[in-house]
Design a protein around this ligand. Structure first.
Ligand code: NAG
Ligand code: NAG
Ligand code: NAG
Ligand code: NAG
Ligand code: NAG
Ligand code: NAG
Ligand code: NAG
Ligand code: NAG
Ligand code: NAG
Length: 836
């Protein structure tokens, strides 16, 4: 056989490429990643973008996504959740809780309030796969769940006798209280005596926003004869009462209340199924969804159908598994999986306005989503991105503004700019078009740029008068047009600048908007008005600084609110006493000029200085990869003609900061933005969101192929000299569709037209992608390149003088201690409390 193997190897080499697609992508999805250490990930059963999300809820501090693996107690099994979010725990409504029997065979022998009924689970019993979640409580009850779009199906398997030896007579309660105890007045339940069906609703408040929402439910049970049923209030239950309406109570904690149904003794191993439909419209709609989606309570087929939907969504991305550890695959596919959990498709469930447009919710928050998750889905699931954008535009039409953050039918808090502008621009320039009303989308973005809302903490932008007249957001602005938190003047200036640039991206394509393009391109340069050329920090000169209305600079230490801020009392989030940058430092925000890196490089003293500063920021742990503003900084070396350093930096962070353990995420996943960061980085194409630009680094696999769900064409990136130990991570040369390709970036037609990018790798930095003509587009002109000490030369050809100097430098860093670059993991909790 030996010669045959060799012959096969030659054949494989000869036909250039053998795609190993024999694996099941779902084998590499681990939903438990991010269920500890503040990842806040939803680990339970859901469809892609599903509304019903069933999981066990625990009492741990970081239970925003419901379930955590930190040795916590389970308080119930509820049907609605968000994933990866900060703020308060989201949703977690209408939890069920099972008892094998009640003490003394009396319904009052069971414990009803969640604070007293909660109980540990058997750690080794937790099982999760796409469309499925299950665990065993220490009481011996096994709880499993699966889901359809609006319905959860639970399967509770009870022991034949309970811990005390009493014969089982299971009781399942349904609680009107939600995960974060936000229930308001008038929580209502009705229990049908004959069938045990429970219907009702309650009003709750959102986890990171304003207003409130009403959710309805419809619960049915099957599997054993019903013994009795009724309602409970606080610690007492009665089988004689079946209707209940509760006030919230007066002490800040909602009065426990709900319904129960009790079953007769079980045949051993009989399971009881509980089907819970949810709706924002009515109990009737919750019931009809449940009846049509899971008519026969068939757990197995519901689970199988959910798994198939996930497989269909994820399978368009296949990689070569050759040589790579399973953990790399698990990291990749679990990240991809998490990009389709939030936002959620609530089409047909929006009580706020009548429309035939799709309605998505849990854009939580776009400040996070625009940077990685939505660009990723534009590649893998452009049809859904199209529907999400139609929903954003329809929200503008009916509520007057594009959302910046949205959850549970409510407006969430804006963290910086009007970043839905970036999302629309990104999809527009990448050709997402299906039934999208781009004229109205453009109108919405212009409104963000021109009209200040009454309350700009939840939509639009503040300080627009100053923005227009002064060209920056002043610290201590005079702003009577609208109200919002008067902080973050530096980061808002940066984000508003980019939002104005995003506007021009659409204006360019719509045509006939020359004056808009001129006006907003100019405004997109407003960030320069906060550049203070003589501001120093850590040996570097030239940083952004806050500026007052009188055009004099204020001062914020550029290290404040960084990951290494020496001042423990810095206030960095949405507090009214917070500083002029949101959740990060001037050090990091000074790099946030995604549209004009050329000008920034010049202001920072040229490409060498730019690279030195970027290195210093990462090496000194000033930036923290656990928060989204860090994402782009990993790849900004590309603009300085050093794509090799982006590749190297990405390997510093992945997988070391993104493990596949339960505590593997560096902070909140923020819907699936961390997952998308991992997936895009490993694919080897990371977007500059809002522009038709993907930075090229070698994929973490020998090859990656992506079949465009729109065109059906398959694009492939293939590494030659791939080594799974990641020593060869430097591109020496490249071809695109067989032709030499020198640019260090590529555009979206790569995916839609099914192109083939072949990268030849080596262990040292090369001249590939280093010339000015190789760099991604930038508004300003690249200057100062061609430094004889090594920066690329705009006129030099690759393979000439540039090579010598770059190769020299490459030797230097190849010998560096990579360990010395590893950053801190300690920042995880730093941001956890307020960020959405
Ligand atoms: C393809 O992948 C499967 C599953 O990971 C593996 O068992 C098989 O050995 C791979 N085949 C090749 C040719 O790499
Ligand atoms: C679980 O519940 C027990 C009993 O109330 C409590 O002592 C313990 O702190 C809880 N565990 C967690 C992680 O909250
Ligand atoms: C509760 O019901 C009363 C009477 O219908 C109504 O006035 C009140 O607004 C309701 N409160 C909530 C929070 O739904
Ligand atoms: C569903 O049932 C079939 C037949 O009993 C079984 O082979 C299959 O493994 C089950 N599927 C799941 C997901 O449990
Ligand atoms: C500008 O305004 C700031 C803040 O009010 C003030 O501290 C500073 O003295 C003013 N500078 C001048 C030159 O008026
Ligand atoms: C050129 O390289 C030298 C030495 O590294 C450096 O001091 C200088 O800042 C560089 N100039 C530019 C324009 O990057
Ligand atoms: C770039 O390289 C060319 C050819 O080597 C040389 O003539 C030119 O002076 C260089 N330009 C700069 C700005 O270094
Ligand atoms: C490199 O550039 C020098 C002048 O700058 C030129 O003489 C030489 O022919 C070039 N070499 C190649 C391989 O292009
Ligand atoms: C950065 O953080 C890592 C991990 O905590 C640590 O090992 C390293 O020493 C830090 N580097 C600096 C310069 O503080």
């Amino acid at each position: 056989m030996r010669f045959n193997v060799r012959a096969l190897a030659l054949v494989l080499a000869g036909c250039a490429y053998a795609q190993n697609s024999t694996y099941d992508v779902l084998d590499y999805v681990d939903q438990l990643i991010g269920t500890a250490n503040g990842g806040d990930v939803f680990a339970g059963a859901t469809l892609p973008y599903g509304m019903a999300k069933a999981v066990a809820d625990t009492d741990a501090g970081d239970n925003q996504g419901g379930f955590t693996t930190e040795n916590a107690n389970v308080s119930g099994f509820s049907s609605m959740h968000d994933s990866g979010t900060g703020g308060s725990p989201s949703l977690g409504n209408f939890a069920l809780f099972p008892y094998t029997s009640c003490a003394g065979d009396d319904v009052n022998g069971c414990k009803y309030p969640k604070t007293s009924r909660k109980i540990k689970y058997v750690e080794s019993s937790v099982k999760a796969s796409p469309g499925y979640f299950g665990l065993e409580l220490v009481s011996g009850v096994r709880a499993e769940m699966t889901a359809t779009q609006h319905t959860s199906l639970f399967r509770f398997s009870f022991p034949a006798v309970d811990a005390s030896g009493a014969t089982a007579s299971p009781l399942i309660l349904l609680d009107l209280t939600d995960l974060s105890d936000s229930r308001q007045d008038n929580g209502t339940i009705h229990v049908d005596a004959a069938t045990g069906r429970m219907t009702g609703n309650a009003r709750f408040i959102p986890s990171f926003g304003v207003g409130n929402y009403v959710l309805y439910f419809c619960a049915d049970f099957k599997g054993a004869p019903i013994r009795d049923n009724g309602i409970f209030v606080n610690t007492r239950a009665s089988a004689d009462v079946r209707d209940l309406t509760l006030a919230r109570s007066i002490n800040g904690y909602p009065l426990p209340g709900g319904g129960f149904v009790r079953f007769t003794s079980l045949v051993r191993d009989t399971a009881i199924l509980a089907r819970v439909g949810v709706s924002f419209i009515s109990s009737q709609q919750a019931c009809s969804s449940a009846e049509s989606e899971i008519p026969s309570f068939d757990f197995n087929s519901t689970q199988t159908a959910a798994g198939k939907m996930w497989r269909d969504k994820i399978s368009p991305i296949k990689v070569s598994t050759n040589g790579v550890q399973a953990s790399i695959l698990t990291n990749f596919y679990s990240g991809i999986y998490r990009t389709m959990v939030n936002p959620q498709d609530y089409t047909g469930e929006n009580p706020l306005w009548q429309s035939s447009e799709p309605y998505f919710d849990s854009f939580y928050c776009i400040w996070d989503l625009f940077r990685s998750q939505m660009p990723f889905l534009t590649i893998l699931d452009p049809a859904t991105i199209g529907r999400q954008i139609r929903s954003l535009i329809d929200t503008y039409k009916h509520l007057g503004w594009l959302p910046d953050c949205r959850m549970s039918l409510c407006k969430g808090y804006t963290q910086g700019g009007s970043n839905a502008d970036n999302v629309l621009a990104d999809a527009y320039i990448k050709g997402v078009s299906d039934a999208i009303d781009w004229q109205t989308g453009y109108e919405a973005i212009v409104k963000d740029a021109e009209v200040e809302p009454y309350f700009w903490s939840i939509e639009g932008r503040g300080g627009l008068d100053s923005w227009k007249s002064l060209g920056y957001i002043p610290a201590q602005d005079f702003d009577y047009k609208g109200t919002g938190t008067m902080t973050r003047s530096v980061s808002r200036t940066l984000e508003y600048s980019y939002n104005d640039f995003a506007l021009t991206q659409i204006a360019n394509g719509l045509g006939g908007k020359e004056s808009d393009i001129e006006k907003y391109t100019k405004r997109s340069g407003n960030w320069q008005n906060l550049f203070k050329a003589d501001q120093t920090s850590r040996g570097f000169t030239g940083f952004l600084q806050p500026k007052y209305l009188n055009k004099t600079f204020g001062f914020q230490d550029p290290i404040t609110c960084s990951n290494v801020d020496p001042n423990p009392s810095s206030v960095c989030s949405l507090q009214r006493t917070a500083v002029e940058t949101f959740e990060s430092s001037i050090w990091e925000y000074s790099f946030f000029v995604p549209h004009d890196q050329a000008t920034l490089i010049t202001l920072f003293g040229g490409p060498s200085q730019f690279v030195r500063r970027l290195d210093y920021m990462h090496d000194q742990n000033i930036t923290y990869i656990g928060n989204e503003p860090a994402f782009l900084t990993v790849f900004q070396y590309h603009y300085a003609g050093r794509p090799a350093l982006s590749a190297k930096r990405s390997h510093v962070y992945i997988p070391d900061y993104f493990g596949i353990t339960n505590d593997g995420l560096p902070g909140n996943d923020d819907s699936g933005t961390m997952g998308a960061f991992v997936a895009l980085s490993m694919m080897g194409l990371f977007p500059n969101p809002g522009q038709d630009v993907y930075f090229i680094i070698p994929p973490y696999f020998e090859s990656v192929s992506i079949t465009s769900p729109i065109t059906g064409k398959t694009s492939t990136i293939r590494n030659i000299n791939f080594d799974a130990a990641y020593k060869n991570i430097y591109i020496q040369s490249a071809t695109l569709n067989g032709e030499p390709y020198m640019k260090n970036w590529i555009d979206h037609s790569f995916f839609t037209e099914g192109k083939v990018l072949v990268l030849t790798l080596g262990s040292v930095e090369s001249a590939w992608g280093t010339r000015v003509v190789d760099l991604p587009p930038s508004l300003g002109k690249y200057q100062g390149f061609g430094n004889s000490t090594g920066d690329s030369n705009s006129t030099a050809e690759a393979g000439n003088g540039t090579v010598t100097s770059v190769a020299k430098r490459a030797t230097v860093f190849a010998s560096e201690e990579v360990e010395g670059l590893l950053g801190s993991k300690t920042g995880a909790k730093y941001w956890a409390t307020e960020e959405g």
